[in-house]
Design a protein around this ligand. Structure first.
Ligand code: PLP
Length: 391
């Protein structure tokens, strides 16, 4: 629990500074909370559902731990249409966001002491999710040139205890998107190791940022490239509804012991403590899914162009993000926490890379107003000057 508090701590610090200096003079890039409003369709669907539906049914427990069958059918149809897959509603479980989707899969597959591989830098809550079921996280060190998976180290670290591999595409905190060749290379290694050890290794693709990919970049759908792949998805970012807590997992028929895994995950969806996905937002989703509604991505892309362009111009080194809404910046000093403190003196709040198992870097969440980014640029320039990155 202690290890998970760094991002929130920065956010709290931001609120303290805003109270002292005024919100317009504080540049808080700490939290990945969408700043683009949810589409009108979400509001309209909620109003219509609340007005029309029987409240006893609508506000009651859903009739299945997996979620409403017609909502799952709509999700399956949409995936099949977009990715050429062949899912039915039976392959889908509606979840309380991506967070609980990951938890129900891990609860279903892990025995104490089993290993789960992650690629640094990664979303630090994976540590907590894996430890919830007495699993051990095995970290692949970061390739700081490309932020793509280090394949040699990956192959070397797979053991007979490896039960799962988590990837996150597009990636938090780097914004990097793993391409098809990378997914195929990961799959080939996992298949080889499954044969060598006679085990089953599940590839869990955590995809809350799937729709946030810029310039037409392709985010491969992993179930097409690996037989033992499951996908965890969330509408937190694509519909800007993180507070509504809604997502799903897809468990294809091709997965080893698929029926058993779906059965276990269905029960896990109840017993991990969140007792299935919220009813109202599930119902509201149906309309949004059927009409391909997503938030206006142009806002994030514009923000990315502004902040990436300016920071690289000032001499900072950053991975160019193709997706999500984060910029991962190399700290000009080895200890990035020191850099965070210097940034704070200029009222700029960023999160240390050690919170993502990648010290020496900081993360900026640019899901903030364009105006905030514009106002923050002189502060970034001052910081760059302080480190001799520019004049
Ligand atoms: N996975 C990653 C990589 C995230 O960044 C987040 C949230 O920011 C989550 C999972 C959890 O998302 P959700 O709100 O859908 O539970």
């Amino acid at each position: 629990v202690k290890n998970n508090s760094a991002i929130r701590m920065m956010f709290e610090e931001g609120k303290r500074l805003a109270a002292q200096y005024g919100p317009e003079n504080v540049y808080d890039f700490s939290l990945g909370n969408p700043n683009v409003p949810a589409p009108e369709a979400v509001k309209n669907a909620i109003i219509e559902i609340v007005s029309e539906e029987d409240p006893i049914v609508l506000h009651g427990y859903t009739n299945s731990n997996c979620g409403y069958a017609d909502v799952r059918e709509a999700v399956a149809d949409s995936l099949n249409k977009r990715f050429g897959t062949n899912f039915s509603f039976k392959n889908l479980i509606m979840t309380v966001g991506a967070a609980s989707g990951l938890n129900i899969i891990l609860k279903s597959i892990l025995n104490p002491g089993d290993e789960v591989i992650v690629f640094a830098p990664y979303f630090v809550e994976y540590n907590a999710y894996v430890r919830n079921y007495d699993g051990n996280v095995v970290i692949i060190s970061p390739d700081t040139e490309t932020f793509m998976p280090k394949l040699d180290e990956f192959e070397a670290k797979i053991t007979a205890r490896t039960k799962a591999v988590i990837i996150n595409n597009p990636n938090n905190p780097t914004g990097v998107v793993y391409d098809e060749a990378t997914i195929k290379a990961l799959a080939a290694i996992m298949e080889k190791k499954e044969k060598e050890f006679g085990t089953s290794i599940v590839l869990i693709s955590d995809e809350p940022y799937r729709e946030l990919a810029y310039g037409g970049v392709d985010v491969p759908f992993v179930t097409k490239f690996y037989h033992n792949a499951v996908v965890g998805y969330s509408y937190s970012k694509s519909l800007s509804v993180p507070g509504e807590r809604i997502g799903y997992v897809v468990i294809p028929d091709e997965v080893d012991d698929s029926a058993a895994l779906i059965g276990a995950a269905t029960i896990a969806n109840r017993v991990i403590g969140c007792v299935n996905a919220p009813s109202l937002i599930q119902k509201a989703l149906q309309y949004c899914i059927q009409h391909d509604v997503t938030v206006d991505l142009a806002t994030y892309e514009k923000n990315r162009n502004l902040i990436y362009g300016a920071l690289t111009e000032y001499g900072f080194t950053c991975a160019k993000p193709d997706g999500a809404f984060y910029l991962f910046v190399k700290s000009p000093v080895e200890n990035e926490k020191e850099f965070c403190e210097v940034a704070k003196k200029h009222h700029v709040l960023v999160v240390p890379g050690s919170s993502f198992a990648c010290p020496g870097y900081v993360r900026l969440a640019y899901c903030v107003s364009y105006g905030q980014i514009e106002r923050s640029l002189p502060a970034f320039k001052e910081i760059a000057k302080e480190y001799g990155l520019c004049k």
